[in-house]
Design a protein around this ligand. Structure first.
Ligand code: ADP
Ligand code: MG
Length: 318
């Protein structure tokens, strides 16, 4: 199948109905920004062997590719609008792979009201490499930023942390045999299919003083908010929200608790709220600490003992 057949068969149907895509029949898309709104633009790539294992259902890979970008839009309080897709695929990629991949995108496009507007497709001598650019909208001047946290603000996270890192352990064959199958399925699902917190992102306008999504571990990402805001943070380990499945596993293997600090792929929102607004915190969010004047991210355990964090999250090229 050549590049043009492939676009015709798998991607034109995903662009149909969105005028600005020009039906993927021109060199570029043509978009008119909605009046009064600004564009929020983000790009995230997934590489086979690094971000996905390779033998997953291609529909799940596609949905994760879209959702990691939607998580960035959520973190900025933006509403999804359009996306662009770049695929670098080995020559022996099967049409069945692309078919499932396109099915995954189709399903999530509907769920998140986002449209395909263009992209690029090329062969590679290496493994699969997938990249997606997502564009969202937000009222002018309202995008949530990493900067803006002030000493005394409460540090909050959505959902539960470490599930995804534990799910990855299962997929890597490192499951604990005493973790029941239903819990294992839950954790694997958290790794394979992130839930972008788009509704929460919208609720954070006028509430959060800073916001980002957690993809590289809480401590490292909180460090980014602190750097951008010129402040520090004190986190209470005991307050970090864990799912029942994660709690059970960590009871059996206590060192895994560190995954709540430095495990990757959480895709939850991390934000700060001035104390006077904390009563407005939406459901499903947990206060885990406070922003400090003293720089650096510090984590405190039982009896307010400070913990030494030796690995500060997932880092590439190290
Ligand atoms: P170019 O020669 O500039 O690379 P192409 O011939 O590759 O352009 O692309 C033709 C059209 O198909 C363009 O509208 C482009 O946006 C679209 N397209 C190509 N690959 C993809 C893809 N993977 N997903 C969505 N649209 C694509
Ligand atoms: Mg091209």
């Amino acid at each position: 199948m050549n590049e043009f057949d492939l676009i015709e068969r798998f991607f034109k149907p995903l662009a149909a109905g969105f005028e600005g895509s020009l039906n993927l029949s021109d060199d570029a898309a043509l978009l008119t920004p909605p009046p009064g709104l600004e564009l929020v633009i983000t790009k995230d790539a997934l590489s086979e062997g690094i971000h996905f294992i390779g033998d997953e259902d291609p529909a799940l890979i596609a949905r994760k590719l879209l959702r990691v970008n939607l998580s960035d839009l959520a973190a900025k309080g933006a509403t999804p609008w359009v996306y662009f897709l770049a695929l670098m695929l080995p020559k022996d990629t099967k049409p069945q792979w692309l078919e499932r991949f396109a099915e995954g995108l189709s399903e999530d496009q509907k769920q998140f009201s986002i449209h395909l507007a263009g992209g690029d497709t090329s062969a590679t001598l290496g493994m699969k490499s997938l990249s997606l650019t997502a564009i969202g909208t937000t009222p002018k001047g309202r995008m949530l930023r990493r900067s803006g946290a002030q000493a005394g603000d409460i540090i909050v996270v959505s959902g539960t942390l470490s599930d995804s890192a534990l799910g990855l352990r299962i997929l890597q064959g490192k499951a604990n045999p005493y973790v029941v199958e239903a819990d294992q399925d839950f954790l694997k699902d958290r790794y394979l299919l992130p839930q972008p917190r788009l509704e929460l992102g919208l609720q954070l306008h006028g509430l959060a003083s800073s916001c980002m999504d957690i993809s590289d571990g809480l401590v490292q990402d909180l460090g980014h908010i602190c750097d951008a805001s010129g402040v520090g943070a004190a986190v209470e380990l005991e307050k970090i929200p864990l799912s029942e499945a994660a709690k059970h596993w960590i009871t059996l293997e206590s060192p895994l608790l560190s995954l709540s600090l430095n495990g990757g792929d959480d895709y939850e929102l991390l934000f700060t709220v001035p104390p006077e607004r904390i009563s407005l915190l939406p459901q499903g969010c947990t206060a885990i600490g406070v922003i400090t004047r003293e720089l650096g991210v510090n984590v405190f355990g039982k009896d307010a003992k400070q913990l030494i964090i030796n690995k500060t999250g997932f880092q590439h090229f190290s």
